[in-house]
Design a protein around this ligand. Structure first.
Ligand SMILES: [Mg+2]
Length: 261
């Protein structure tokens, strides 16, 4: 593993999660399937609670909006196994959520319910956030040298915090100075990285961004950040050209701070 020198003027590390700090499979094979598998049980258990009522209300408003805009929705067949109005109502919410997930919708209504289900699962110990072994020790070294470390992920800030708060390595939340999600802008839009620099209060070139996705790396680079592309098992293959253009690391341990930092 060759060492990679981090630019001397670096003051901040900005980290992606999926494919960078955390295996892509954790999100794809654990977090999202958990929603599908536990949705009906979760709704039944929490149906009468205010938070769940609000989630359902938001989902219904979303479904009405979809109908108005002529977007296809789930077709409700008459379900012979359903015996009460509540069961029928839950069934409809389940159908709607599954339909939205199949269509890869990113609606606020869907994200809110998912967030609440994950929170319940993490706090009950049913899910633990996966973080690569090299991440926490490296981040602690950087912070010890006075650098700041932020997260930028398309998962909501709340979901990000749950992952690190309830990780396989214990509570890792104190590793980070702050979190950004797509409220600051899309990860493939270079303006987002300018916004982040402004929010942190530093120059773009003082930030080192680590991600597995080259479109995100390109956007960050265009905004003036330094970038390295992280290659982890199961990440998308890079082209020959991308391998030539970008600094590649397979572990955070390869990133070496200069004596001046
Ligand atoms: Mg990623």
């Amino acid at each position: 593993m060759a060492a990679v020198a981090v630019a001397e003027n670096t003051r901040v590390f900005l980290l992606d999660i999926e494919g960078t700090t955390t295996p892509i499979t954790f999100v794809k094979d654990i977090l999202f399937p958990f929603i599908r598998e536990n949705l009906e049980e979760y709704l039944s258990a929490h149906w009468e609670e205010d938070e769940c009522k609000q989630d359902v209300h938001l989902l219904k408003k979303q479904a009405e909006e979809d109908v108005r805009q002529n977007k296809a929705g789930p077709v409700h067949a008459v379900d012979q196994t359903v015996h009460t109005d509540e069961e029928k109502a839950i069934r409809e919410v389940v159908d709607s959520v599954v339909w939205q997930m199949d269509a890869d919708r990113k609606s606020t209504a869907l994200k809110q319910l998912q967030g609440h289900m994950w929170r319940a699962a993490y706090t009950a110990g049913k899910i633990k956030g996966e973080v690569y072994q090299d991440v926490a020790p490296a981040v602690r070294r950087w912070r010890h040298r006075g650098l700041k470390v932020f997260i930028y992920s398309s998962g909501s800030v709340e979901a990000q915090k749950l992952l690190f708060r309830y990780s396989v390595q214990g509570n890792l939340l104190d590793l980070f100075d702050g979190h950004f999600d797509t409220n600051i802008g899309a990860k493939v839009d270079s303006k987002s990285y300018e916004n982040i620099a402004e929010r942190i209060g530093c120059q773009p070139e003082e930030i080192m961004f680590l991600t597995d996705i080259t479109r995100e790396a390109k956007a960050a680079e265009d905004a003036g950040l330094n970038v390295a592309v992280v290659v982890r098992p199961g990440n998308m293959e890079l082209t020959e050209e991308e391998r030539k253009h970008y600094t590649i690391v397979t572990s955070f341990n390869q990133l070496e701070l200069s004596g001046n930092i």
